[in-house]
Design a protein around this ligand. Structure first.
Ligand code: PGA
Length: 265
């Protein structure tokens, strides 16, 4: 499947920011800034904290907005004695479409392993939502030249147990850890190199068709000024945006990357 047939996906990961009142304001502001034409060419998902999801869902549905609802995490089991966890079944009931799985902050700060990520991918798929599986290397790994080994291993684990069709339905977010929240972005050609390697890993683990269909995002300090060049790469199909997605004007400009003048890139 050629790059032009994959619909770009721009996702806003709000992390642990915005209470539910603030979330509503951000979505309302975005609604004025992002128009029908934008949604013709780009999918946009919003990933508020769990406590905001119901409020954002109500707004999206009442006003028939085209933002897709997303979550930042979920548990791998549907129900049970897991105090403090959130079931993928509950997310599905709120019409959540995309669930971020294995974000580096979850891996590094909350001890999520490749096996946990694999089980969460299965849980999200079982509940008819789309996982956004995050992979990426630390600065030490990049400097040691082990980026591809690390990322390939993470993709391999995430795809374990996926059918080729399921593999093709995933979103993979390549997020170099050293670029997250630091203001440092991988160069577009570095991002392309790793995203191409992710696609060929999917080809060898699943099928050529799955590799053609899987959408690969870049994440890590994406801004309005860097998005156009990233999106011009053949294997970059979207972006997972943290800090810049908290500012409706900046996020809208990221969503509208195709309208930027070359000088803005
Ligand atoms: P950032 O975060 O855009 O603030 O670097 C990206 C992410 O962690 O998803």
């Amino acid at each position: 499947m050629p790059a032009e047939t994959r619909r770009p996906l721009i996702s806003g990961n709000w992390k642990m920011n915005q209470n539910h009142y603030e979330a509503i304001q951000v979505v309302q502001k975005l609604t004025y800034l992002v128009g029908k034409d934008d949604f013709e060419t780009v999918d946009v998902s919003l990933h508020p904290p769990f406590t905001d999801i119901r409020s954002v869902q109500t707004l999206i549905e009442a006003d028939d907005l085209r933002f897709a609802l997303g979550a930042q995490n979920c548990h791998s089991e549907d129900k049970g004695a897991f105090t403090g966890e959130v079931s993928p079944v509950f997310l599905q009931k709120l019409n959540v479409s995309y669930v971020i799985v294995g974000h580096s902050e979850r891996r590094e700060l909350f001890g999520e392993t490749d096996a946990m990520v694999r089980d969460k991918v299965a849980a999200v798929l079982r509940n008819k939502m789309t996982p956004i599986v995050c992979v990426g290397e630390t600065l030490e790994e990049r400097e040691a030249g082990t980026t591809m080994d690390k990322v390939t291993k993470q993709v391999r684990a995430a795809l374990e147990g996926c059918s080729p069709a399921q593999a093709g339905s995933l979103v993979v977010a390549y997020e170099p850890i050293w670029a997250i929240g630091t203001g440092r972005t991988a160069t577009a050609s570095d991002a392309q190199e790793v995203c191409a390697a992710i696609r060929s890993t999917v080809a060898s683990l699943a099928s050529a068709e799955a590799a053609g269909a899987v959408r690969i995002q870049y994440g890590g300090s994406v801004k309005a000024g860097t998005i156009k060049e990233l999106m011009a790469q053949p294997d970059v199909d979207g972006a997972l945006v943290g800090g810049a997605s908290l500012d409706p004007e900046e996020f809208a400009r990221i969503i509208q990357y195709r309208l930027h003048e070359p000088s803005e890139a």
